[in-house]
Write a protein that binds this ligand. Structure first.
Ligand code: URP
Ligand code: ZN
Ligand code: ZN
Length: 469
């Protein structure tokens, strides 16, 4: 199968030119002006943007969490991703209690088998080095294409690890060339605050934010940075939500340390007041770290513009409001933490980031595709438009109005964080390795067509490619 995409505005992290893109099989074969080649399919992209398929480095599909399981599996989650222009994601394989990393990975591979519509890799989330997982086994995972180790510094009694586990994992990463990812919040302090709030009779969703103050995120971010420095490993801080966490990342990057951070779409657009919506609607916005006070939104836009933060993910962790979020109707600490978002990232960042003048189109591509590819060992196969790269391409109509609603989404969840938001710009056609998976806004991919991607180690070459502070 060959596809000729004609006359689009081809945008990468660095280039912006009107050109034709010729796809032969799974790869991009030619890029040039008025290409004279025959193709099985010709797509007229005049007036449209041609972008690299977006990469989401932070998702939770079919994940047991908070006493239930996330509602999107590797088919519905991938349909949502594809419709939103995401062609690759890296999901979290959570080490199950008392289980080896290999057994947990086998479980996660089984979840995607025969179901995947887009490509994906896995991070390994280390939860226990005493029973089940060993440091020796951890060290072997990069050879299997698992080149990032994730640790939760919060969720006490569930996923949280102590500093010894964090530091020992960091030491392994320093040896193996893996990237350490942290969910940075002080889980012990939060646990005390949650217990005090409940004892005082405070059970509403807004107490999710009130018991996780920004300082607890700032403290853990700084702790992780300093420990990574001692261990000598590269560090990536996930879902940065506030100034208290941005500041230590900025300082580390100014010093040239191997520290990177991401934020997520929701932290630009949802603030803590959403948690106060009546009739338990606030529970829709219970994700962690929580929505913050509004001034943090400008801090985050500034951080992604100035390369203090290097990626925008979604942390897609979807639950039904009716039947899953409602588990915590009488106790905010029982509301499953997480929100949907994999479908809306590109259109929201294009509208509120690019069209509103906060970031350039090139920077949007860098934040949504190129930097995630570089940081997570997918570049240059993915994350850019270049001869020889996978033909993961998005044809995006920057003039098309779109109203975000749960009714129209691919995700199985029964709500949308951005319900009713009107944007201008939407995904029209998506190619994954040369195959059309979204056609005129319709998802046409077949379950099983997505591939597992073995990722490269976080190496010296990649460090040079992703600009340090
Ligand atoms: O609330 C969230 N973010 N749920 C998913 C797990 C995590 O902390 O990333
Ligand atoms: Zn997290
Ligand atoms: Zn997450």
């Amino acid at each position: 199968m060959s596809v000729l995409i004609k006359g689009g505005r081809v945008v990468t992290a660095v280039d912006d030119t009107v050109a034709d893109v010729f796809v032969d099989g799974e790869r991009i074969s030619l890029i040039g002006e008025s290409l004279d080649v025959a193709a099985d399919r010709v797509v007229d992209a005049s007036g449209k943007l041609v972008l690299p398929g977006a990469i989401d480095p932070h998702t939770h599909l079919d994940m047991p969490f908070g006493g239930t399981t996330t509602i999107d599996d590797f088919t519905s989650g991938h349909a949502a991703a594809a419709r939103g222009g995401t062609t690759t994601h890296v999901d979290f394989c959570i080490q199950q209690p008392g289980t080896s990393f290999g057994d947990s990975l086998a479980m996660w591979h089984a979840k995607r088998e025969g179901k995947a519509l887009i490509d994906n890799g896995f991070h390994i989330a280390v939860t226990d080095l005493k029973e089940g997982g060993t440091l020796e086994e951890l060290a072997t995972l990069p050879d299997r294409g698992i080149t990032s180790y994730k640790l939760f510094m919060a969720y006490k009694g569930a996923l949280m690890v102590d500093d010894e586990t964090l530091f020992r994992t960091m030491e392994v990463a320093a040896e193996t060339g893996a990237l350490v990812m942290v969910h940075a919040e002080n889980g012990d302090a939060i646990d005390v605050l949650v217990k005090k709030a409940l004892a005082a009779g405070n059970t509403d969703p807004v107490w999710h934010a009130r018991t996780r103050p920004p300082e607890t995120e700032g403290e853990a971010t700084n702790r992780a940075i300093q420990l990574a420095r001692v261990a000598g490993c590269p560090l990536y801080v996930v879902h940065v939500s506030c100034k208290e966490s941005v500041d230590p990342i900025m300082r580390a990057r100014e010093l040239g340390w191997d520290v990177w951070g991401e934020t997520c779409t929701q932290y630009f657009l949802v603030d803590e007041s959403f948690l106060e919506r009546p009739d338990f609607e606030g529970a829709k916005f219970v994700y962690t770290p929580p929505p913050r006070a509004k001034p943090n939104q400008d801090v985050l836009w500034n951080a992604v513009r100035t390369d203090v933060l290097s990626a925008i993910s979604t942390d897609h962790c979807a639950f039904l409001w009716d039947g899953q979020k409602t588990i915590g109707r009488d106790d905010f600490s029982k509301i499953p933490n997480g929100g949907p978002g994999i479908e809306d990232r590109l259109r929201l960042i294009h509208h509120f980031g690019v069209s509103d003048g906060r970031i350039t189109l090139n920077r949007m591509v860098e934040l949504l595709a190129t930097n995630p590819a570089k940081l997570f060992g997918l570049y240059p196969r993915k994350g850019t438009i270049a001869v020889g790269a996978d033909a993961d391409l998005v044809i995006f109509d920057p003039e098309k109005p779109y109203t975000i609603t749960a009714a129209a989404q691919q995700s199985r969840t029964d709500y949308n964080l951005y319900e009713g938001t009107e944007v201008v710009g939407d995904v029209e056609t998506v190619l994954l390795r040369g195959n059309v998976i979204v056609d005129g806004g319709e998802v046409v991919a077949e379950p099983g067509s997505g591939q597992f991607v073995k990722r490269a180690r976080f190496g010296e070459q990649l460090r040079a490619n992703v600009s340090a502070g």
